[in-house]
Design a protein around this ligand. Structure first.
Ligand SMILES: Cc1ncc(COP(=O)(O)OP(=O)(O)O)c(N)n1
Ligand code: 3NM
Ligand code: MG
Length: 214
């Protein structure tokens, strides 16, 4: 499966306790043009996570977008999601690739490390994620990442690059011009009063950027 470019909207903690609001909010992000959705839910029990993941997967398919499940390869497989996003302590990328198959979208958290990204691609990651680039209300303790790392990854790796952490339509320009083709955001999309309009603003801002580095 090709990894899409554009807005990668990740569900916030604030919505996972309210299934109806979660669906309405994700539907709005999809109308606003999000191409990838990540279901990130560290609070719900297994049954609720399964039900939400299945419903979000159907919503994404209807919209022509893809659903990635955070942390949980087995849940991605169980609901037939497009793939999974794994951090350093979330299990093996190679095992996820073996379980989900060659077409799955498998993302890897790489912080500020090109070496981690190289290893992730070698282990089967479809995209590599660097962050955080700006102060993040969602994850205030995430260590900072540099634009130079994005540029180095863009030059060295044959894999789509995702950027995350405090990104907004107003500050994403340098990040996109350094090689990130996927802009991930939680609060800037789902914390907005008008989620659809917020997503549209990201998509418009991303559309105006092209990487400067060949
Ligand atoms: C696109 C994207 N990038 C990074 C992360 C962070 O993953 P991780 O380090 O495993 O932390 P948690 O999100 O699980 O708290 C992500 N989820 N998505
Ligand atoms: C989940 C996550 N991971 C990060 C990393 O740096 O790996 S930053 C982050 C939170 C992103 O949310 P917001 O767009 O609200 O800042
Ligand atoms: Mg994780």
């Amino acid at each position: 499966m090709t990894v899409p470019s554009g807005l990668y909207a990740i569900t916030p903690d604030a919505l996972v306790d309210d299934d109806a609001r979660l669906m309405t909010a994700v539907a709005a992000a999809l109308r606003g043009g999000a191409s990838l959705i990540q279901y990130r839910d560290k609070r719900s029990d297994a049954a609720r996570r399964h039900a939400n993941a299945a419903a979000l997967n159907a919503l994404c398919r209807e919209a022509g977008a893809l659903l990635v499940i955070n942390d949980d390869t087995a849940l991605a497989a169980a609901v037939g999601a497009a793939g999974v996003h794994l951090g350093a302590s979330d299990g093996s990328l190679a095992a996820a690739r073996a379980q989900l198959g060659p077409d799955a979208v498998i993302g890897a958290t790489c912080g500020n490390s090109l070496e981690r990204a190289r290893a992730a691609v070698a282990a089967g990651a479809s995209y590599v994620a660097f962050g955080r680039f700006f102060a993040s209300k969602t994850k205030p303790d995430a260590p900072p990442a540099e634009l130079a790392t994005l540029a180095a990854a863009h030059a060295a790796l044959d894999a789509p690059i995702c950027a995350i952490g405090g990104l907004t339509p107003d500050n994403l320009g340098p990040v996109a011009r350094s090689g990130a083709t996927l802009i991930a955001a939680i609060d800037g999309v789902f914390g907005a009063a008008d989620i659809e309009a917020a997503a549209r603003a990201y998509v418009a801002a991303i559309g105006g950027q092209t990487a400067r580095i060949p």
